[in-house]
Design a protein around this ligand. Structure first.
Ligand code: TNX
Length: 536
């Protein structure tokens, strides 16, 4: 055998060295991770499942005092048809923790804990949005009555994920979730927020941002106030001047804007992924200056038509006795109905102060029939109850309790938006930067401390739900919107979802304070009300 050259010996030594180093490293990794695993089993904390972080307050909560580790070894599995809800949850968990959880992975070898999202029909409660969350040490099971219920349930999961991972436990991060059971269902079917995009226009991006945060609090409808004296905001292909002329103005002389039908569809789809239904409103026969400016033939007020950039109400009206007006409404509702998968179209009907009473009633009757002809249900502001209404129509109570009561007597469903309690555009207090005061100041406690169940003295079965309108005379961008909407809209979400027995200001105060990290992480500049001891 030939003697080895120096260079050969050197190479051999180098190889051995590298080999040993790699093996040592590998061994350390194996050792550490097996230690880690053992450690994880032994050291998982006993956590108490409380409602401290949950809004809306769930129906039933039972703690079992251990914890579920959410970490890189967790996967999400779903029943067929719920994959997108799994993906949505995974995306939101990534945003909150940086973990990238696989959804329905083909290989479960490395998976140790599972979030399993399933459809289930055997609930004691037949509410379509009901869900049951069973959190064990290795598995979170979400049983839901429908996809919408599953979507509501994953919001509860998101709210239970702690802000901080428990790094002390592990060589990798674990977010510990307390074990237990939650059974939950909403008290009202309709839980909504409205945005006025007519007084000031809001971009598709701003609207999506608002919708996304609302979905975290289990809101399920979003009402877009698409037309008013100051602007027309939705493209109607058969009447193009509505947006070409009517879309170009806004309060204070701002530049205005409008949604193309594609953009509107984009909003509808974005909301649909969050199981939020869009309710479009064309406000008529008053609040119609922008439409009449575009097509003067519609006008019934008889004054010179000018772009309107002020904030007064009640000066405009359609000509309610002209057939062209109804041909126009037929076209608008037909196009809007085709873009709107939900069952409702809102026809406004408020503050038609220059429309004669008979003309108003005649108009609402005909407009309602047009909505029904296009396969939709009519919603109108509370003045519409004076027309020929029946149980297919819904009244939105904003001003007069008697109107809500008349509507209920006619069999109508009622949406509660009483101005002095539920108006997001009212100032919080004297210091408020934005907002109006015609319905009084609405601080965070006043916004929360009332009962939609009894407020209008109408039978429970007539109450469809609650909506918080945000009129935009004094706001024009997402930060100003956030200032007025947050935190109050979170309270309205709870009033719509949670039963009276589980609502309590002291408990709500703590739970609201605990929303601060989430709101900050979403870039929401909420009004930091002094009534709340906001969490750092
Ligand atoms: C009343 S509420 C209105 C709106 C205003 C709002 C301002 C309702 C149906 N009509 O036109 O924007 O007050 O708070």
């Amino acid at each position: 055998m030939k003697a080895k050259t120096t260079s050969q010996i050197y190479k051999q030594q180098l190889f051995m060295k590298t080999f040993l180093k790699t093996t040592a490293l590998l061994l350390t990794v194996i050792l550490l991770s097996s230690c880690a695993e053992r450690k994880r089993d032994l050291d998982m904390p006993n956590l108490e499942l409380t409602t401290d972080y949950l809004i809306p307050h769930p129906l039933e909560v039972t703690a079992t005092n251990s914890s579920f580790p959410l970490d890189q070894y967790t996967a999400i599995t779903t029943d067929e048809g719920l994959e997108d809800i799994g993906l949505f949850l995974s995306e939101k968990i990534t945003a909150a923790t940086n973990l990238k959880l696989e959804v329905n992975p083909s290989d479960m070898k490395l998976i140790e804990t599972v979030i399993s999202i399933q459809l289930s029909t055997n609930f004691e409660n037949d509410n379509p949005e009901a869900y049951k969350l069973s959190i064990g040490k290795n598995e979170i099971t979400l049983h839901a009555a429908s996809a919408a219920g599953a979507f509501r349930g994953i919001q509860t999961i998101r709210q239970l994920i702690p802000e901080q991972s428990n790094d002390a436990l592990e060589v990798y991060s674990i977010w510990t979730i307390p074990t237990g059971e939650i059974f939950d269902a909403p008290q009202f079917a309709y839980r909504s927020a409205m945005l006025d995009v007519a007084r000031h226009f809001f971009s598709v991006e701003d609207v999506k941002k608002y919708i996304d945060v609302l979905s975290y609090y289990k809101i399920n409808n979003f009402h877009l106030h698409l037309s008013d004296d100051q602007g027309w905001r939705i493209e109607i292909k058969s009447w193009p001047l509505l947006t070409e002329i009517g879309g170009q103005t806004a309060v204070g002389g701002g530049e205005g804007g409008f949604y193309t039908q594609d953009e509107y569809t984009d909003i509808v789809n974005y909301a649909a992924r969050r199981y939020i239904n869009i309710v479009p409103e064309i406000d008529m026969p008053g609040h119609t200056n922008a439409a009449s400016l575009a097509y003067p033939i519609l006008d019934g007020a008889g004054k010179e038509l000018k772009p309107y950039t002020g904030i007064d109400v009640g000066f405009s009206t359609f000509d309610t006795r002209k057939d062209t007006v109804y041909a126009f409404i037929d076209d608008v509702v037909r196009e809007l109905a085709a873009l709107t998968p939900g069952q409702y179209i809102h026809i406004g009907g408020d503050e038609s102060l220059v429309t004669k009473k008979d003309d108003f009633i005649y108009f609402i009757d005909r407009a309602t029939k047009i909505v029904e002809k296009h396969g939709k249900k009519m919603i109108g502001w509370d003045e519409v109850v004076h027309a020929d209404m029946n149980e297919n129509a819904t009244v939105q109570y904003w001003g007069k309790k008697e109107n809500a009561q008349i509507g209920a007597k006619k069999g109508m469903k009622v949406i509660l938006s009483p101005g002095e309690k539920a108006y997001l555009d009212m100032k919080y207090d004297e210091q408020s930067e934005y907002g109006l005061i015609w319905a009084g100041y609405i601080p965070v406690d006043v916004a929360y401390n009332w009962s939609p169940e009894t407020y209008a003295d109408i039978p429970q079965e007539n109450i469809l739900g609650i909506e918080a309108p945000l009129w935009s005379e004094t706001i024009s961008n997402i930060d100003e919107l956030s200032y007025l909407a947050f935190p109050r809209v979170i309270g309205y979400a709870e009033l719509g979802w949670s039963i009276q027995e589980s609502r309590d200001w002291e408990s709500y105060k703590t739970r609201l304070a605990n929303q601060a990290p989430y709101l900050r992480s979403e870039g929401i500049k909420y009004y930091p009300s002094k009534l709340i001891d906001w969490r750092e």
